[in-house]
Design a protein around this ligand. Structure first.
Ligand code: NAI
Length: 332
């Protein structure tokens, strides 16, 4: 089968790790025609906006995109390209599977969980307002529809991936209305899936529990900001940001991207670990139904990790992005 997919290389280490993913996809034999598009700073320079219409139109046409990280300037200026892209395409669910990797020794050897994050509203609604000089508000928007959608997604994902338990993450004791509505909707959905275990945990308690015993968790479903923070935290349990993939899934479109950012501190130096990008491409192949190719790439990468001879610096090795990429292709 021939696929037409949008490719957004991104900023910083984006072109390096995306280059690696594309090379490996190529070597796997899956026939992909790429439609290159841009978001972020490059798009602002060329079109005066972080997410140009051309990019949205490309994804609307191809339905699927593989995306690298983009730099978002802090403070004043344009809206986050990531938040805009997710809202414009209604990519309502973000999934980040966090699992121990062969040969990578970390503090815990029993991590196998998925972070499911609501991707379009919450505190990332982008509605900020200066009331008077020195006083600002930032709106946390929670809608019944979005809570319902993320709840359904989480329970369906749990069932379809043979998982056993959904844990809803909240701070409803303080944010009684917003997180209260989130819990109310998730509980309704939990009642429709009696064969899936369900429990709830406050976000602060979860943070402590995760660094004490992550094996107690299976699928964690939560709002936008909590999900952003907890995905980085959980990536630290299995080797760091360089190894955890992600997917943004909506009803009509899907955008696959690593959890990490553009890592300006190591950009352009052949130091970035491309594994998170490569495993995001594997998630994309699974979404497309190309399970055999996805498994082959994952197995090839795991074999290289297990052998331990070729590893990037973040995993204690001395190899660069390119050498690691070549090793995976040879292993394929
Ligand atoms: P970051 O994820 O870029 O980097 C955090 C740390 O992890 C740095 O020390 C970096 O060198 C390291 N790291 C990240 N990815 C790595 C990889 N593949 N291999 C080895 N080491 C890696 O987070 P930071 O520094 O907070 O953000 C930098 C920029 O990225 C910001 O402009 C931020 O807004 C943006 N960002 C974009 C995201 C996206 O496009 N999805 C997600 C997160 C941040």
């Amino acid at each position: 089968m021939n696929y037409h997919i949008t490719l957004i290389e991104g900023d910083g280490i984006g072109p390096e790790v995306m280059g690696s993913a594309v090379e490996i996809l190529d070597a796997s034999g899956v026939d992909i025609r790429w439609d290159k598009a841009i978001v972020g700073q490059e798009a602002v320079d060329k079109f005066g906006e972080t997410v140009p219409e051309d990019t949205i139109n490309s994804i609307k046409k191809t339905k699927v995109a593989l995306k690298g990280p983009v730099t978002t300037p802090v403070g004043k200026g344009f809206r986050s390209a990531n938040v805009s892209l997710r809202q414009k395409l209604n990519l309502s669910a973000c999934i980040r599977p966090v699992i121990n990797l062969p040969g990578i020794v970390t503090r815990y050897q029993n991590v196998d969980l998925v972070v499911v994050r609501e991707n379009t509203e919450g505190l990332y609604s982008g509605l900020e307002h200066q009331v008077v000089e020195g006083v600002v508000t930032s709106l946390k928007v929670i809608s019944r529809n979005a809570c319902n959608a993320i709840g359904r997604f989480a329970f369906d994902y749990c069932r379809n991936h043979g998982r056993r338990k959904v844990t809803a993450v909240h701070k409803a004791a303080v944010m009684k209305k917003s997180d209260g509505l989130f819990l109310e909707e998730i509980r309704k959905i939990a009642a429709k899936y009696p064969f899936i275990e369900y429990d709830e945990v406050a976000i602060d308690n979860l943070s402590m529990q995760l660094v004490t015993d992550p094996s107690q968790f299976d699928l964690l479903v939560m709002g936008n900001l909590y999900g952003d923070i907890i995905s980085d935290l959980t990536s630290g349990l299995v080797g760091g940001l360089g190894v955890v993939p992600g997917a943004n899934i909506g009803k009509d479109y899907a955008v696959f991207e690593p959890v990490h950012g553009s890592a300006p501190d190591i950009a352009g130096k052949d130091l970035a670990n491309p594994l998170a990008a490569v495993l995001s491409a594997v998630l994309m192949l699974e979404y497309l139904g190309e399970h055999a190719a996805g498994n082959r790439i994952r197995d090839a990468a795991y074999k290289v990790l297990e052998e331990g001879k070729v590893r990037t610096g973040d995993l204690g090795g001395k190899s660069g992005t390119k050498e690691f990429t070549r090793a995976i292709i040879e292993s394929l």
